[in-house]
Design a protein. Structure first.
Length: 259
């Protein structure tokens, strides 16, 4: 689990980006030691468990066994999200949360974000990044859903101007769309009341993709990420080692509560 110690941060701002996504800004003097490895940088967050509003964090580098040894009543909830912005100079970090209200479909991360207010406490721990196009990459394909939108937004912001990027983003409707940087091709796909992943996968299957050597990054609901990889490897002949894929969440288990 690494040699890090969780750091305590304080919420300073909560801003609704869309009806279903909130940006939460936190500050901490300890962010100087927060590791940042790439545009899809993950952050482990520790939030109160709902039994108590108090936040108790592990205090050693053996934070994982320490967390598991805590009494259930005081043990914080641990989830992974994407770092939307890190400013070490000001000690600020932004995290974008997909909101799902409260109750069985929300999950603890979304529930916390939906109620977060300035002054609330949260624990943070850097958790690495995976976006790394090989040096011979001639174009990039990004495919994701709402939970992957923060990472895709940062990837586009940090992509070189001369690297072609094709992006497919499946969301519920037009109200979920956000301005994205970069000059590449971005398709917003609206599922509406239809099945998740269907419009993204069908659009990908019908696309004329660029020639040359690709790098693919796909994340979101597990069926989307695996479906993209299966199609590209099996029907497009793209090598598995050119594709990064990650299931952030599973529809069969719950609504998305990561990223």
């Amino acid at each position: 689990m690494g040699d890090q110690i969780p750091m305590l941060a304080t919420v300073t701002a909560v801003r609704l980006l869309t009806p279903r996504m909130a940006r939460i800004t936190v500050v901490s003097d300890e962010l100087q030691r927060f590791g940042y490895d790439g545009p899809d940088q993950l952050v482990r967050i520790f939030v109160p468990n709902g039994i108590t509003d108090e936040l108790t964090l592990p205090v050693t580098t053996a934070w994982w066994p320490e967390l598991n040894e805590m009494p259930e009543a005081s043990r914080p909830v641990l989830r992974n999200y994407t770092v939307r912005r890190l400013d070490r100079a000001s000690g600020e970090l932004d995290i974008d949360f997909v909101l799902h209200g409260h109750g069985a479909t929300a999950g603890p991360g979304s529930s916390w974000a939906g109620q977060a207010r300035p002054g609330d406490k949260i624990g943070l721990l850097s958790d690495g990044a995976d976006y790394l196009p090989p040096v011979d990459t001639e174009w990039v394909l990004l495919v994701g859903d709402e939970s992957a939108l923060p990472a895709i937004a940062v990837i586009l912001e940090q992509s070189p101007d001369d690297l072609p990027v094709v992006t497919l983003l499946e969301v519920e409707d037009a109200s979920d769309e956000l301005p994205l940087a970069g000059s590449g091709s971005v398709q917003w796909l609206h599922r509406g009341s239809g099945p998740r992943n269907e419009i993204a996968l069908s659009t990908l299957r019908s696309m004329d993709l660029p020639g040359g050597t690709p790098y693919v990054w796909t994340a979101g609901e597990a069926g989307l990420a695996t479906g993209v990889r299966r199609h590209l490897v099996g029907e497009r002949g793209i090598s598995k080692d050119r594709i990064y894929f990650c299931g952030y969440w599973r529809a069969a288990a719950a609504e998305p509560d990561d990223q």
